[in-house]
Design a protein around this ligand. Structure first.
Ligand code: NBG
Length: 833
């Protein structure tokens, strides 16, 4: 009998080279043991979830062994560490990824099959950890994968939301939100670390005092409330490495969970009130993508996780280096957007108020430690907090921000003596109306490096949003074009294609994505092209089954799968895509005999719950689907699918099965996009504008292998400058007119003729996203797409070239660039046992 409580799947640690058979039997033994000792069940009563949990613990335990060795190595080497601060980490499911990164995936599949268990089914039992909204959170997750794969010492710091991004339900075609109870069956991937708890202050006031034996005055912050932060650690494996980094997520708990006085006075509810208030801080993720919501709780969340993380960084630094003087030499903190920008003021506060640094020295350490990544050009997403709210919640930080601003503006004044407008624009405080703290300005001033996430985006930052900072400090600015991890986004999600590629060129592409270039040499090999096409076809069949199972729609797997999956936002122009669908439908109704290239148009994405226009677009897609999918005229030639609750797991099914990738944002509005890279990596062709990373993707794959349309950033600006008149497109384009008229006729809103009026209004009154201006070019480009798709061999060649030439967009390349140019960190590989 076994006396240990949990058995890791440690295959090497036994010190013997196990043959496959021995491996399999060890895995089986570990599984049975964990079923028994972790789940408290045996085979007779265990269900699939029990098996999932047992398996997850086995994998977790092996990761923890590696983690322990990693932590020791990093401490021993006194390694400089990257601290990636992000309010969002959209990690996706961990089990499949863990098995792949440990090199155990195939062995596990066989070992489980031997016991009559299906690995795929167990993988589906894992709850999706939806701790992010979209691209920004998923980027952070891809970065963690690459950081570890590159053996770079790193910690991801974030928030352990009890409820992640809401579950999207569709009722009568409308989006309905349900809470995401992702923790209700427990989370085998996290380990709570109450021993590393920290205390965080809120509210109250500050006072000046004189420290004993010191002539200088100090400031002390007397808070109104304190909250405890408990770290929850999730191990982050890399591919083919012994290193395991950490994602450390903070949970808020009440300092004094139970008010004994209130309890003794008979006030049972009052006794736990403080607990409820404190724990609210990490209760739920704000479901806004690209829109700020100036709510107090959000600022509390931001300050909470940043303050917890900085205390943790300081604890670790003092443990290994003894003094904070050299913090910047051993710590590089990256601010993922402005959400953690309050860290600049908090580090200043810690250094000055708690560690007795002089202002100048503290400021130098702070600036050298922080880097700031901007992720958006949308003005409504730039965070600004009312000075009132700020001062109420963080009185000491407001003082520090005023002092930073005072010194900063004095410096600006020297450089630009007679330029009050510039001072006003650069100020950390927005005046006029309600005074507000500008978090992007704080991030820029407090960081030594500022970067955008695609070449075009960085240029626009320099010319527009951050122009004044660029003129002040051009050397702080650089571009770091986004990337994605090829492990999750090809190896894991598209195993058939991954295998074909590895059989053809070897498997070095997994960690050196540029090696995909070698596929070009096989372009003229017909057998290879057929194999490629057959895999896409199989993937489409399995997506068709999934669509049927989830929404009950039968799609034609031989049709072109035309896919737009991303958050619903006006600037991303899902609306233009629907208008195209309606146009195709109108054509079929008018000329039922005409030849058409069959399409299945698939949409997925969540709308922010308070974003009425985005929700109306969701309804329109579903309403159009209802009409089109039930009209026998189009039979087999056009289907529209809205897949509810788009998330990372669903994305892993969609990218491998897509033919056409819709990247159709208004030029100058999408900072980068990363879905665009995932599609191309999986051999989908892009229809897109010259926006974000599309520009660079097109450069890499070649203009011939990319369907380009639409106004450029300059043309959009010029068009707006002279006054964009959407009516003229309506009046002069009969197909566009018919499409809008059909919506206005109420065909898609029986019984509610006015339902879609706000959409028509937005298009015809000011059309801020230039849908009307780009529509004709889009439709024409789609015709070119259809003609190309008919020549299937040509299409396959283009698809292969997209995959072959997408290497630049590996997150490994992105992270190597950050490491070399911003963080100055070096790889610290952990030796195998
Ligand atoms: C998003 C951009 C995307 C970009 C990701 C990752 C925010 C604020 N920004 O274009 O919209 O790909 O960030 O950089 O979510």
């Amino acid at each position: 009998s076994n006396t240990t409580t949990e058995v890791p799947l440690s295959l090497e640690s036994a010190g013997v080279a196990l043959d496959a058979e021995a491996q399999v039997s060890q895995i089986q033994q570990a599984l049975v043991n964990n079923l028994y000792w972790v789940q408290g069940k045996d085979e007779q009563f265990a269900n699939a979830h029990d098996y999932y949990t047992a398996l997850a613990h086995s994998v977790r335990n092996q990761l923890l062994q590696k983690r322990i060795r990693t932590a020791k190595t990093y401490a021993q080497e006194r390694a400089k560490t990257v601290y990636y601060m992000s309010a969002e980490f959209l990690m996706g499911r961990q089990l499949g990824n863990g098995l792949i990164n440990l090199g155990l995936y195939d062995t596990m599949r066989h070992a489980l099959a031997d016991c009559g268990l299906d690995l795929d089914e167990l993988l589906e039992r894992e709850a999706e950890p939806g701790l992010g909204n979209g691209g920004l959170g998923r980027l952070a997750a891809c970065f963690m994968d690459s950081l570890t794969t590159l053996n770079l010492p790193a910690v991801g710091y974030g928030i352990r939301y009890e409820f992640g991004i809401f579950t999207q339900l569709i009722r009568q075609g409308h989006q309905v939100e349900a809470p995401d109870k992702w923790l209700s069956y427990g989370n085998p991937w996290e380990i709570a670390r109450p021993d590393y708890r920290v205390e965080i202050k809120f509210g109250g006031h500050t006072e000046v005092y004189k420290k004993d034996g010191d002539d200088d005055y100090q400031v002390r912050w007397i808070p109104a409330q304190t909250v405890i932060g408990i770290p929850h650690d999730v191990p982050v494996p890399g591919y083919g490495t012994e290193n395991v980094n950490l994602l450390r997520l903070w949970k808020a708990e009440a300092g004094e969970a139970f008010d004994l006085d209130a309890f003794n006075a008979g006030d049972y509810f009052g006794a736990v009130a403080n607990k409820m208030i404190s724990e609210n801080i990490t209760k739920v993720l704000y479901p806004n993508d690209e829109t700020r919501q100036g709510k107090e709780l959000r600022l509390q969340q931001q300050y909470f996780f940043v303050a917890c993380s900085l205390q943790d960084i300081i604890r670790l630094h003092l443990r290994d280096h003894g003094s904070l003087e050299n913090l910047a030499e051993f710590a590089a903190i990256q601010l993922n957007d402005t959400h953690p920008a309050i860290g600049v003021a908090e580090l200043m506060r810690l250094l000055i108020d708690e560690y007795n640094f002089e202002w100048a020295a503290a400021w130098q350490i702070t600036q050298r430690t922080f880097g700031y990544t901007n992720h958006t050009l949308m003005p409504e997403a730039l965070e600004k907090w009312s000075v009132d709210l700020f001062g109420k919640l963080l009185p000491r930080h407001l003082e520090i921000i005023y002092e930073i601003n005072h010194r900063f503006l004095a410096q600006v004044k020297l450089r630009y003596p007679n330029d009050p407008d510039r001072l006003e624009r650069l100020s950390l405080i927005e005046e006029g109306g309600e005074r507000r703290v500008r978090m992007a300005n704080l991030a820029c001033v407090g960081s030594h490096a500022i970067n955008g996430v695609a070449a075009l985006h960085t240029e626009l930052l320099k010319q527009e949003v951050l122009q004044d900072f660029y003129e002040l400090w051009p050397d702080k600015f650089s571009n770091k074009t986004n990337g994605i991890t090829p492990r999750r986004w090809l190896l894991q999600c598209n195993p058939r294609l991954a295998q074909l590629i590895s059989e053809t060129i070897g498997d070095s592409w997994i960690t050196n994505l540029d090696d995909l270039k070698q596929l070009e040499a096989h372009l003229d090999n017909e057998v290879f092209r057929h194999a490629w096409q057959a895999i896409k076809q199989e993937n489409k069949w399995s997506l068709a089954r999934y669509i049927h199972d989830t929404v009950g729609i039968k799609v034609n797997p031989d049709s072109m799968f035309d896919v737009q999956i991303k958050r619903i936002h006006e600037y991303k122009r899902q609306l233009m895509n629907v208008l195209h669908v309606i146009t195709l439908y109108n054509r079929m109704v008018q000329n039922p005999g005409d030849h058409v290239v069959p399409r299945t148009v698939i949409f997925g994405g969540k709308a922010a719950p308070g974003y009425a226009m985005a929700k109306l677009v969701v309804k329109l897609v579903n309403a159009v689907a209802d009409v089109v999918n039930n009209d026998p005229i189009v039979a087999g030639r056009l289907k529209v699918v809205f897949l509810p609750n788009y998330n990372v797991s669903q994305a892993q099914r969609l990218f491998p099965a897509s033919d056409l990738s819709e990247q159709i944002s208004t030029a100058g509005m999408e900072a980068s996009g990363t879905g665009n890279m995932k599609f191309a990596l999986n051999g989908a062709l892009t229809i897109g504008t010259l926006d974000g990373a599309n520009v660079e993707i097109r450069e890499e794959v070649g203009a011939d292998n990319f369907f380009l349309f639409g106004l450029t950033t300059e043309q959009v600006a010029a068009c707006k400058a002279v006054g964009h008149n959407p009516w003229c497109y309506y009046d002069t384009n009969p197909e566009l007119k018919r499409t809008l008229d059909v919506i206005a006729s109420g065909l898609f809103s029986p019984g509610e003729p006015d339902l879609f009026l706000p959409i028509l209004d937005s298009l015809l009154v000011d059309d801020p996203y230039m849908v009307m201006a780009d529509f004709a070019a889009y439709v024409q480009c789609q015709e070119h797409v259809s003609r190309t798709y008919e020549d299937r061999d040509r299409w396959v060649r283009m698809a292969i070239l997209n995959t072959a030439r997408i290497g630049k967009f590996s997150a490994d390349r992105t992270i190597a660039d950050y490491a070399r140019e911003i963080w100055k960190v070096k790889a610290v590989p952990v030796a195998g046992e």
